[in-house]
Design a protein around this ligand. Structure first.
Ligand SMILES: NC(=O)c1ccc[n+]([C@@H]2O[C@H](COP(=O)([O-])OP(=O)(O)OC[C@H]3O[C@@H](n4cnc5c(N)ncnc54)[C@H](O)[C@@H]3O)[C@@H](O)[C@H]2O)c1
Length: 254
């Protein structure tokens, strides 16, 4: 029997790298794609079985090439839209081109990933899409405004495609970690990190992601990772908007 396949974007570091290694350990044929050639080289050295390649997720033609090379039989079991970027700090101090790039990578990259992979997924029984969302899609985050907005877009896209693609037997869901100890949070200075701390490792998220793909729990569109994200999501769901605003004002205070 041929091995199941998984295509991971942003796989040169952090959560993507840990996810690629996690699936490789479980016998998957792993495609690890990124714009960071040195990071991919280090991943291939750690696990030579992983197929690596350069892919800028904002480039539709590059998506088409990468998928046709990685999936010569026209099938793909799992797509992980993980590539993402972030800038923190006052909204007005961030240059417009950086705001645009955050939307391009986090939103357009995920849209293009889903669009480009659709035919491969449709041809594969029980295929899945995992989008990396974030606890910053629970409530808009000051000092992370555009990043937070981009993850609200990923949330909406995931909800819509989960319904739209279920007749094609393609399961779509999102993973919602709070802060994770990666390059992304290294330089980040925001109130929420000072209040809540960073308690997740990339391996914690990769493990949760892998476990979530094992069960076929249709209808669980959003999966919080870690007790803090689970608590925040549960409180937000059951609370009036005014309370959510106040709670977020407190958590994200400068
Ligand atoms: N770190 C956190 O606290 C946290 C929390 C929740 C969600 N997330 C999400 O998890 C995902 C991974 O983040 P991470 O923390 O591992 O960050 P990271 O910076 O370690 O990794 C992101 C990877 O994406 C790659 N990348 C950037 N632009 C790209 C592009 N245009 N095309 C292809 N690859 C590109 C980078 O080269 C890098 O390897 C992101 O979507 C992020 O928003 C992170």
């Amino acid at each position: 029997m041929s091995r199941p396949s998984v295509f991971v974007t942003g796989a040169a570091s952090g959560i993507g790298r840990a996810t690629a290694l996690q699936f490789a350990r479980h016998g998957y044929r792993v495609g690890a794609f990124d714009v960071d050639a040195a990071g991919l080289q280090s991943l291939a050295a750690a696990q030579p079985d992983i197929v690596t390649g350069i892919l800028d997720v904002t480039d539709a033609d590059a998506w088409a090439r990468a998928l046709s090379e990685f999936c010569p039989d026209g099938q793909l079991d799992i797509l992980v839209n993980n590539a993402g970027i972030l800038s923190s700090g006052p909204f007005e101090d961030t240059p417009p081109e950086r705001h645009r790039r955050i939307i391009d990578v986090n939103v357009t990259g995920t849209v293009l990933g889903c669009h480009s992979a659709f035919e491969y997924l449709r041809r594969t029984p029980g295929a899945q899409v995992v989008n990396l969302c974030s606890a910053s899609a629970i409530y808009g985050q000051p000092d992370l405004a555009t990043y937070s907005a981009s993850k609200f877009a990923v949330r909406g896209l995931t909800e819509a495609l989960e319904l739209e693609w279920s007749p094609h037997d393609i399961r779509v869901f999102a993973l919602w970690p709070l802060f994770v100890d990666t390059a992304m949070t290294e330089e980040m200075s925001v109130g929420a990190v000072r209040t809540l701390g960073i308690h997740l490792t990339p391996d914690d998220v990769a493990e949760a992601l892998y476990d979530a793909t094992r069960g076929r729990a249709w209808g669980r569109v959003h999966r919080a990772v870690g007790w803090q994200a689970r608590l925040l999501a549960a409180v937000a769901q059951g609370s009036p908007a005014r309370f959510n605003r106040l709670a977020n004002k407190w958590v994200t205070r400068r």
